[in-house]
Write a protein that binds this ligand. Structure first.
Ligand code: ADP
Ligand code: XUL
Length: 561
């Protein structure tokens, strides 16, 4: 079977994330030719977001983003791509990545707006009136605990919901968000003709019609049966009445969502038969962008949130983490762990302790020894998902800590009020990585993994990478550009184009083997494997167990169930 991509064709991938909209363009050798970004706070200041969101306007854990801002960002990004001399007429397929779980509520009659976009006007001015509520709840929201419990109860418990949908009910998942909207704003719910995820929303704008939700991002809703890949009747009933017709159909991530609508062809001179491949979630796109392909390969994405994902053959959903269908291989699944306190919490510590500079942060981090002389910190600037903890910082000192001692687990932890700046910096970095290792192991992810990839904004920080390598005891691979989600979307655009050309599903590895090896998208950081580094990794394993036991106690004391 030929896997050839069109010689002078280009593939465009977007990433509509929490803080920005990014684009990556690949040529037919899968080499990156252009990348651009629009930052929401600084380039669309009139929406007045901070980090792309409105935090807790109702003081109940609600976190939303203005839906129209994402549309205006698309206007702006396409103008930037035009100024970068992107040859729009060569783009044969487009796909995208969206922050997972966020939802958009299309008002009755909006399909007409979408099908009659005027190419002489920007998009945002034509979609001002398209939404039954102007703000989209996003993944950072934690206001739906009550709805989560009711949904779990209605389907027969948290484990049963997880068995069906791949996750117990989580506040940020779209089903609980929809149930809250139905309960608190019934008129808005009734005025809604279609509910999209961020991913299918952006795809809808591109095709000028409602795009399906893809089966991978659909698993982040607590509504889809992950084995059947259909809406679960039980979960639908537990969520809101008349929901199925508002959700539309599901489609595999490699399927064609539709042809690019005339609006873009006329306004930007895109190719007439340019395909729009289903958009999917950011973690699934990163999995594709990092070319993870074997069970035991894992990736750590250090973006606004920190996420860990890996490939598994058989889903074994539990009360921790999530199982999603693999977006580029319909036969298998991916597991995901999500931490809300990622980059923004690191930034907070950087701002307080390191003059707002990553260079100073790294310098101070290296002023303290590995294992931080027994200082352990738990930093929850936002309500945490993993573990379920409210906002608060907790600092401990292990009594009689002796760096030579490998019985760290048995030491007593004494709570302390504060750390000095360099201890604080090491405590957040080591703490976050130890927590990742601990929870990944609990989920059955092997440590050291077969292959460990790191991506996201903070993966450009080689000091952080060094400690990931030491704590996991293996080399760390990074991608040339920290944005694996838009890269993954561009690769999926090529994959979707190929599947369409062949008339059937084609493994994405066909592309990897022939093209990707040549493009050296990844770089590797290897810490020399010496008896000293091996000893540090062993001590970290022991410190990790101690940390997890303190964390379990914190959850018992403060945690949300
Ligand atoms: P998202 O895609 O979730 O919007 P990104 O993956 O683009 O986010 O990551 C953005 C984050 O990257 C910023 O909030 C910033 O804290 C972090 N970042 C950027 N450079 C560095 C660095 N050198 N060290 C640590 N973190 C960094
Ligand atoms: C994953 C999650 C976050 C968002 C961030 O479950 O909630 O990683 O996808 O964009």
């Amino acid at each position: 079977m030929s896997s050839s991509l069109p010689d002078d064709g280009l593939f465009l991938g977007f990433d509509s994330s929490t803080q920005s909209l990014k684009a990556t363009v690949l040529d037919s050798n899968l080499t990156i030719t252009i990348s651009e970004v629009v930052n929401f706070d600084s380039e669309l200041p009139h929406y007045q977001t901070k980090d792309g969101v409105f935090r807790d306007p109702l003081r109940d854990g609600t976190i939303v983003s203005p839906t129209l801002m994402w549309v205006e960002a698309l206007d702006l990004l396409l103008e930037k791509l035009r100024r970068s001399n992107l040859e729009f007429e060569k783009i044969v397929a487009i796909s995208g990545s969206g922050q997972q779980h966020g939802s958009v509520y299309w008002k009755k009659g909006s399909l007409d707006l979408l099908t009659s976009l005027d190419p002489l006007k920007p998009l945002f001015s034509q979609l001002t009136d398209a939404f039954s509520t102007p703000n989209s709840p996003i993944w950072m929201d934690c206001s739906t605990t009550m709805q989560c419990r009711k949904i779990e109860e209605a389907v027969g418990g948290a484990l049963e919901l997880s068995r069906i949908t791949g996750s117990k009910a989580y506040e940020r998942f779209t089903g609980p968000q929809i149930r809250k909207l139905f309960e608190c704003q019934p008129k808005v719910y009734h005025d809604t003709e279609r509910i999209s995820l961020v991913s299918s929303f952006m795809a809808s704008v591109l095709i000028g019609g409602y795009a399906s939700i893809d089966e991978t991002d659909g698993a982040g809703m607590n509504l889809m049966d992950i084995r059947e890949r259909t809406w679960s009747k039980l979960a639908l009933q537990a969520t809101a009445p008349g929901l199925e017709e508002k959700l539309g159909n599901l489609a595999p991530a490699y399927a064609v969502a539709g042809l690019l609508t005339q609006y873009f062809i006329k306004r930007y001179n895109f190719k007439k038969d340019c395909l729009v491949i289903q958009w999917s979630g950011d973690n699934p796109n990163s999995l594709a962008g990092l070319t993870l392909n074997s069970p035991g390969d894992i990736a750590i994405s250090l973006g606004t949130s920190d996420n860990i994902f890996g490939i598994i053959n058989e889903p074994q959903p539990s009360l921790e983490g999530h199982v999603f269908p693999n977006p580029v291989d319909p036969k298998c699944y991916m597991v995901v762990l999500c931490y809300k306190n990622g980059s923004l919490t690191r930034e907070d510590v950087r701002n307080h302790c390191a003059e707002r500079s990553w260079d100073v942060f790294n310098k101070k981090l290296e002023e303290t020894p590995p294992l931080n002389d027994g200082h352990l910190g738990f930093y929850y600037k936002e309500h945490e998902i993993l573990p379920p903890m409210p906002v608060g910082f907790h600092r401990y000192l292990l009594e009689d800590f002796n760096n030579k001692d490998d019985k760290i687990e048995s030491l007593t932890a004494r709570e302390v009020k504060e750390f000095n700046a360099s201890t604080e910096i090491r405590a957040i970095i080591e703490g976050q990585i130890l927590s990742i290792r601990g929870h990944a192991e609990r989920l059955g992810i092997p440590v050291p993994p077969n292959k460990l990839m790191v991506t996201g904004g903070a993966s450009s920080n080689s000091t952080i990478l060094k400690y990931i390598s030491l704590i996991f005891g293996c080399s760390v691979h990074t991608v040339q550009r920290p944005d694996s989600a838009s890269l993954g979307a561009a690769l999926r655009a090529a994959h979707g184009w190929l599947c369409k050309k062949e008339g059937c599903f084609v493994p994405i590895a066909t592309l990897h083997n022939e093209k990707l090896d040549k493009t050296s998208l990844s770089a590797t950081l290897s810490i020399p494997s010496t008896p000293d580094t091996a000893a540090i990794t062993t001590k970290y394993a022991s410190l990790m167990k101690k940390r997890i036991s303190i964390e379990d106690q914190l959850v018992k004391k403060f945690g949300r169930v």
